[in-house]
Ligand binder design. Sequence first.
Ligand SMILES: Nc1nc2c(ncn2[C@@H]2O[C@H](COP(=O)(O)OP(=O)(O)O)[C@@H](O)[C@H]2O)c(=O)[nH]1
Ligand SMILES: [Mg+2]
Length: 328
Amino acid sequence: MAVTGRFDHSNADLSRVPAQISRDNNGTTLDVTVVLPCYNEQAHVLAEIERITAALDTSGLRYEVLAIDDASTDGTLQLLREATGRCPHLRVLAFHRNGGSGTARRIGTLQARGGIVVWTDADMTYPNERIPEFVRLLLSQPQVDQVVGARTSEQGSHKFLRVPAKWLIRKIAERLAGTRIPDLNSGLRAFRRDVSLPYLRLLPPGFSCVTTITMAFLHNQHDVQYVPIDYARRSGTSKFHFVRDAYRYILQVLRMVMYFNPLKVLMPPSLWLLAVGTAKIGYDLVAHPVRIATNTVLLLCAGLIIGAVALLADLIVRSRIDWPTGNR
Ligand SMILES: Nc1nc2c(ncn2[C@@H]2O[C@H](COP(=O)(O)OP(=O)(O)O)[C@@H](O)[C@H]2O)c(=O)[nH]1
Ligand SMILES: [Mg+2]
């Protein structure tokens, strides 16, 4: 199925690609679709595809590799198009304008023909030869909806800044999800496509889409299993920019908090501020009778504002009518 597509963003609303598009004409589905976002990966994209197809060929699974080129400025698209002639399982989507790896993964998942979707990188970092193992774990355990490769080491760029930032986000995410999350940002994961569909619209355009899909599954009581994996040094340069992506990470944390469980995260600081403010009123009245200090008023106001925002956010979260399943 060497199909090449080219979306024109000027007249196509890609966020509305219908789910049915993932089924081919005679209604059959494949076992797996590997969604491979590619942006300026000409040096190794073919090696990555060969590694993936070699593993899947020997697995006996029916599969496709859906490579999504996002207006690469190097020869990536050219190489992918040439490879479709040699590789019958490769499908290529190409966009005119760069929309981020999250957008590519979302569209790739919508367009997938496989019942199981695998997300991975095209940069030789993840052990993609283990993809069949991930798929088998899902096939053999109906109660598990997502299998995530949990990296045992961090090899990315900006390691010293990335590691603490990721740790903090992971801790917030663990608190929100109420469970341990060994690797929140892993780029290698397999999940059931039908389970993921209601959550795809939540995915942000950039790197934090992998975080969001994990949180969406956990928050809606879909079991996620972690499998330890090695993580190799990247070939080529990462598209991760510390300042831009750190800003997005922070936004992502805020969004996660507001979207998934605002009361759990915002209520404790609000109550603490109110409690300290109230105690401070008592102190003020004793220390300087009939004069309440400015910082006491600020403490109480901050507590009230955070509490009000938490309640409002909770109201909005709970009044969403399209919750697929889960813990309301
Ligand atoms: N389609 C698409 N893919 C991208 C974009 N940016 C990065 N990628 C791909 O997404 C994957 C992850 O990106 P990478 O630079 O490895 O990020 P890192 O693993 O977080 O350092 C790689 O396969 C990239 O080629 C983009 O804007 N569009
Ligand atoms: Mg990578």
